[in-house]
Design a binder for this molecule. Sequence first.
Ligand code: ZN
Length: 238
Amino acid sequence: MLSDLHSNVEALDAVLAAADEAGCERFLVLGDIVGYGADPGAVIERLREREAVAIAGNHDLAATGSFDVTWFNEAAARAIAWTREALDAEATTYLSSLAPTRSTDEALLVHGSVRDPVAEYLLSPEDAAESFALAEYSLAFFGHTHLPTVFRHQPDGRVKGWVMAEGQALSLIAGERYMLNPGSVGQPRDRDPRAGFLIFEDGKATGHRVPYEIDKAASKIRAAGLPEWLADRLSLGE
Ligand code: ZN
């Protein structure tokens, strides 16, 4: 399970290599495929090759004109304008085909939250409780915050939340409900700059982090004339 790839093909390639080694066969992508980074076309190409099951995030919708960039900070808005120019027609059609929410056999997929699939940042158990209350799903996967997170809805109605540490495995308990965020592939923000993802198999989720060629991704951002901060933040993991 991948989220927030943000046009970072170096990070995505490292994640795909690790996923292949682990024997992963299906790829779920929770949005923000593009934006911020310098390789939107290559990232989309990889996802199409893998026949990834994907939804759109706010940056993907902005890149295709379906989300207002006035909600974005200046660097993000500049990157969206650049991304629109960089995408070819086929890639734009691919992004336009993605919905902001989707149900699969294993989970409900949203970018932000169930309450607001596109834009809400799900950071607290209180906010997660609002999403749990809105639909009957037992498992949802989300992204958008760039932080690997677990929210667990217990049978007594209380919601607990915690950070999903690298290597930590979570076995889902029948009768409980969960929302899981794999963190970000292309722009982690938990001060660990390594690409994050989550492997989900037989009711068990495991957090993963992998190093990638950050300097290469950063120098492509600079060479593209994108805001300097978008390059700098990759090595800081924020
Ligand atoms: Zn994002």
